[in-house]
Write a protein that binds this ligand. Structure first.
Ligand SMILES: Nc1ncnc2c1ncn2[C@@H]1O[C@H](COP(=O)(O)OP(=O)(O)OP(=O)(O)O)[C@@H](O)[C@H]1O
Ligand SMILES: [Mg+2]
Length: 362
């Protein structure tokens, strides 16, 4: 970036609208990248479904207004993560071609792989690398690309909703790419040491779904999700104890050690971990040249008692906490420890989104 650009480059707020709440992060980019502001607000459980369907627009706009009224964010320009049923990603292989030609070609290729009407989609992609594919006469070198398609209608209504709260959407990112971004920023040293085929798995244990991203070097090569989640665990407690969802959530957070609640959580953990393991097995089963390097977990539901221990039993010495603020600089008396811990647990996607700059594609 040249000097003029860097002086005038504006920060944007990373805005992660999740099932349980909204997180907003502002970074400032100087010699060091530092935290300028962070805030978070809860959403009612039915405001947005795990599949990204917005059920309660008013709850979201009110929450956004509150979130921005309470903190000194320097701008209303936001970079937002999208997720859910209206967006999907697929790894595809293309014959060797110049990167500039991929953009034209991908649109035609997308049609075969995407179950949506392509004319009604925004298409994006990330080049992952080169791979060898078997053909009749031996092998052929192909370009591996992760294709992302999002329904325009959804993107538009999501953008409208956010902008009706007084914000300006300048970047829209696939939530999984935001996680990868945050990882790349904080784990450069680990990534620089990794060899081709070494794969890091990022697991975002959220309220709605458990999202898995598979990274080779800094590239997200595959994304998937499992339906077990923080809300799934709460739901099981609610069913077994005959309590409302809200009450079961309170019990999960405050009485997880009680003899009534603990066995329910352990039952759910067994199911949760087995779903995660199945997804990991499917990926490595179909990608023999890649192998598991390490698993990094993030998200509020990673606090579920016993969950990470169960995962670590399956993958000994390979499971680590993803710290999205590891390489962030904190102004001395600006931010308190509790806030940093909160951001570290819940803010990975928002940090990844805040790392995007204005001028990045929407
Ligand atoms: N101490 C805890 N014990 C168990 N679960 C917890 C704890 N703290 C938070 N959670 C769970 O974490 C989830 C919220 O985490 P997070 O904010 O990462 O999710 P989200 O981003 O809103 O969801 P999603 O990413 O699926 O949209 C909730 O399901 C909540 O119950
Ligand atoms: Mg989340």
């Amino acid at each position: 970036m040249d000097l003029i650009n860097s002086i005038f480059s504006k920060t944007i707020i990373g805005l992660d609208i999740g099932v349980s709440g909204i997180k907003a992060v502002e970074l400032s980019f100087g010699k060091k990248t530092s935290l300028a502001a962070y805030n978070r607000i809860s959403l009612p459980w039915d405001a947005i479904t795990p599949d990204g369907v917005i059920k309660n627009e008013l709850a979201i706009t009110n929450a956004l207004k509150k979130l921005f009224a309470a903190k000194n964010f320097s701008t209303r320009q936001v970079s937002v993560g999208i997720f859910g049923n209206s967006i999907l990603s697929k790894p595809i292989h293309l014959p060797q071609m110049a990167e500039k030609d991929i953009e034209d070609q991908i649109y035609w290729e997308a049609e075969q792989y995407i179950p949506f009407n392509i004319e009604e989609c925004e298409i994006d992609f990330a080049v992952v690398g080169n791979t060898l594919q078997k053909v009749e006469a031996g092998t052929q070198s192909m370009i591996e690309v992760l294709l992302v398609a999002a329904k325009k209608e959804y993107v538009q209504s999501f953008t409208n909703l956010i902008e009706s709260s007084g914000l300006k959407v300048v970047v829209l990112d696939y939530q999984a790419f935001a996680l990868g971004n945050a990882f790349e920023f904080n784990y450069r040293a680990e990534l620089s040491q990794s060899a081709l085929g070494d794969t890091h798995v990022l697991i975002d244990l959220g309220a709605g779904y458990t999202k898995l991203s598979f990274l080779e070097k800094e590239n997200t090569v595959f994304t998937t999700k499992v339906s077990a989640s923080g809300s799934g665990c709460t739901q099981l407690i609610s069913e077994r104890l005959g309590e409302s969802f809200e009450q079961a959530e309170r019990v999960k957070l405050k009485e997880s050690g009680s003899p009534l609640v603990s066995p329910i959580i352990q039952d759910y953990n067994a199911h949760w971990v087995s779903e995660i393991q199945k997804s990991i097995d499917v990926f490595f089963g179909g990608s023999a040249e890649r192998h598991l390097q390490k698993i990094y977990y993030t998200g509020g539901a990673s606090q579920t008692p016993g969950l990470i221990e169960s995962l670590s039993n399956i993958y000994p010495e390979q499971v680590e906490n993803l710290d999205p603020v590891k390489n962030l600089f904190f102004p001395r008396n600006g931010v308190n420890r509790r806030l940093i811990d909160d951001l570290s647990l819940l803010g990975t996607a928002a940090v990844g989104l805040a790392l995007r700059k204005t001028g990045d594609s929407k």
